[in-house]
Design a protein around this ligand. Structure first.
Ligand code: NAP
Length: 448
C-alpha cells in the first residue's frame, strides 16, 4: 500500500507541495482537498484579472492534478464536511495549505463606515470569488483611497482606473466590469505610512502604473529620497538595488502632469491613517504625517484630510485558526518548525509563514515538506491508513457532494465557452451556479 497524503488547500502552496511529493515519495497517493469547487486559490481569485500571464502557472499545476496518484476533492470544507482529526486518522500525513484568506483589519475609528473595505473582500469581489458576491461596493464616487503600498494596493488602484480596452482581455466578471467602467472614479490615492524606500511594491508592478493608456501616476518629488540617502546605504546590495529602481520610477511619476490623461493615481508617502470621517458612509480620511526613524513610522503631530467616497485597506491578510491544529494568534500562522507541526501534520504557504511572497515563493515550502514526509513515512513497508477510499466512504455516508478535477475541467470548458470577445473565460461566481451547471452537464452523476 502506498503512503496516503492529504493536502488541504489547492492554491499554489498546495499544488507545489503535491508536485514535490510526486517526486520525493514516488507512488504515494495525494489527495488535494479544497473548500471551493474551483482549484488554484489566489491564482484564480487573487491575481489581478488583467494579469493573465501570471495565471498561466495553472498549466503546471494541472499536470500534477492529472497524474494518476493525485486526486482532487473540491467543495469540501474542513471542520464542516470532515474534521482535521478525521483526516489525520485516514492519512499518514496531512499538509495544511489553506493560505491567509481574511483581511488584516483596519482598526482606526470609523473603519466600520459604509464604503470601507478590506483588500481580501474587494479583490475577491472583482475576481468573482463566491464569498464576496454580496459586497457590491459603491463605486459611484469620484475619489478612492487605497491604504498600503504593496502589490495588492497597486493591483486595486490599477483595476479601478484601467480602460475597458485593457480589461477586455481579462476575466473580470460582468458585474465588476459594469461597476468599474460605469464608475466616475477619476482619482485614486495610495497611502504609505512609511516612505518610498520602505514601500513593499515591486518595480515591474510599479512601472506598469506608468503604462496605462487612460491614467497618469503622480508622485511628489519632495517625498522621494535621493540615491545618496543614508537609509539606502544601510540596506543590503539587493534591497538597495530594488529600492533604487522604485525611486527612479517614482521620480518619473513626479514630473507627470495631472491633466495628461483622464484619470490619476496619486502616491502619498509618510501618511498614516488615523480616522475615517463621514456619517454612515465614508466621506474622507484623516492622516497624520510621519517621519521614518530606524524603519518605523513616527507621527509628527501634523494632520491632514483627503476626501474620498471609497476606502480599500490593502494592509495584508490573515489566516483562520483550524480546529485540531495549533494557532499563533499574534502572527496568524500555525506554529511550525520549517513546515513540521506535529507527527503527521505539516504546513506550507501563507499559513506557515505569513502573507508575503509571490506564487513561486511557495515552491520551497512544498519541497521542504515533501522531504520531511519522505523521511517520516517514505520508507514504511506499507501504510495501514484508509486514505482516499476511506475519505470517499465518509463523504458518501454523509452525502457530501464533492467536485472532482474532471468536474472542474467541465466547469472550465463552460467558462471558456461562455466568454465573449477576447476574454479568456466568463467565471462562474457562485457555488450554486457551479453545482447546477455540473448537474445539467452530467445529470446521471451520483454524489452520494
Ligand atoms: P504587503 O506587501 O505586506 O503590503 C502591505 C502594505 O500595507 C504595506 O505598505 C504596509 O506598510 C501597509 N500596512 C500594514 N498595516 C498598515 C496599517 N495598519 N496602516 C497603514 N498601512 C499599513 O502586502 P500585500 O500588498 O497584501 O501583498 C501580499 C503579498 O502578495 C506580497 O508579498 C506581495 O508582493 C504579493 N503580491 C504580489 C503580486 C505580484 O507579484 N504582482 C501581486 C499581489 C500580491 P508597512 O510596510 O509600513 O508595514
Amino acid at each position: 500500500m502506498p503512503i496516503n497524503i492529504a493536502i488541504i488547500g489547492s492554491g499554489p502552496a498546495g499544488f507545489y507541495t503535491a508536485d514535490a511529493l510526486t517526486r520525493a515519495c514516488k507512488g504515494c497517493h495525494i489527495d488535494i482537498i479544497e473548500r471551493l469547487p474551483t482549484p488554484f486559490g489566489l491564482v484564480r481569485a487573487g491575481v489581478a484579472p488583467d494579469h493573465q500571464t501570471t495565471k498561466r502557472i495553472v498549466k503546471k499545476f494541472e499536470k500534477t492534478a492529472l497524474l494518476d496518484e493525485v486526486n482532487y476533492y473540491g467543495n469540501v470544507t474542513i471542520g464542516n464536511c470532515v474534521s482535521l482529526a478525521e483526516l489525520r486518522e485516514l492519512y499518514d500525513a496531512v499538509v495544511l495549505a489553506v493560505g491567509a484568506p481574511n483581511d488584516r483589519k483596519l482598526t482606526i475609528p470609523g473603519a466600520d463606515k459604509i464604503g470601507v473595505h478590506g483588500s481580501a473582500a474587494f479583490v475577491g469581489w472583482y475576481n468573482g470569488h463566491p464569498d464576496y458576491q454580496d459586497l457590491r461596493p459603491d463605486l459611484n464616487v469620484g475619489t478612492a483611497a487605497v491604504i498600503g503600498v504593496g502589490n495588492v494596493a497597486l493591483d486595486i488602484a490599477r483595476v479601478l482606473v484601467c480602460s475597458a480596452e485593457r480589461m477586455a482581455g481579462s476575466d473580470l466578471p460582468d458585474y465588476a466590469s459594469c461597476a468599474i467602467q460605469g464608475s466616475p472614479i477619476y482619482d485614486v490615492h495610495l497611502f504609505g505610512r512609511r516612505g518610498p524606500i520602505e514601500a513593499k511594491f515591486t518595480n515591474v508592478e510599479l512601472r506598469e502604473m506608468g503604462k496605462l493608456n487612460c491614467c497618469v501616476p503622480l508622485a511628489k518629488a519632495e517625498q522621494i529620497p535621493g540615491d545618496d540617502d543614508p537609509v539606502l546605504a544601510a540596506l543590503s546590495d539587493r534591497d538597495r538595488r530594488l529600492s533604487e529602481r522604485n525611486l527612479k520610477t517614482l521620480r518619473t511619476f513626479s514630473v507627470n502632469r495631472p491633466d495628461e490623461k483622464s484619470k490619476r493615481v496619486h502616491f502619498e508617502f509618510c501618511a498614516t491613517p488615523v480616522e475615517v470621517l463621514g456619517g454612515d458612509r465614508v466621506e474622507a480620511l484623516r492622516f497624520e504625517r510621519t517621519q521614518v526613524t530606524d524603519g518605523r513610522a513616527e507621527g509628527t503631530g501634523d494632520f491632514f484630510e483627503v476626501d474620498c467616497g471609497l476606502v480599500v485597506a490593502a494592509i495584508g491578510y490573515r489566516s483562520d485558526p483550524i480546529v485540531g491544529a495549533p494557532y499563533e494568534g499574534d502572527r496568524g500562522i500555525i506554529p511550525n518548525d520549517d513546515g513540521r507541526v506535529a507527527e503527521g501534520l505539516y504546513t506550507v504557504g501563507w499559513i506557515k509563514r505569513g502573507p508575503t511572497g509571490v506564487i513561486s515563493s511557495n515552491r520551497y515550502d512544498g519541497e521542504v515538506v515533501a522531504d520531511y514526509i519522505h523521511k517520516d513515512f517514505g520508507n514504511l513497508p506499507k501504510s495501514d491508513k484508509a486514505g482516499r477510499k476511506g475519505l470517499e466512504s465518509l463523504f458518501n455516508a454523509r452525502g457530501i457532494r464533492y467536485v472532482t478535477y474532471a468536474d472542474w475541467k467541465q466547469l472550465e470548458t463552460m467558462e471558456i465557452e461562455n466568454a465573449t470577445g477576447v476574454a479568456p473565460r466568463r467565471k462562474f461566481v457562485t457555488i450554486e451556479e457551479m453545482l447546477e451547471a455540473l448537474d445539467k452537464s452530467a445529470p446521471s452523476r451520483e454524489f452520494a
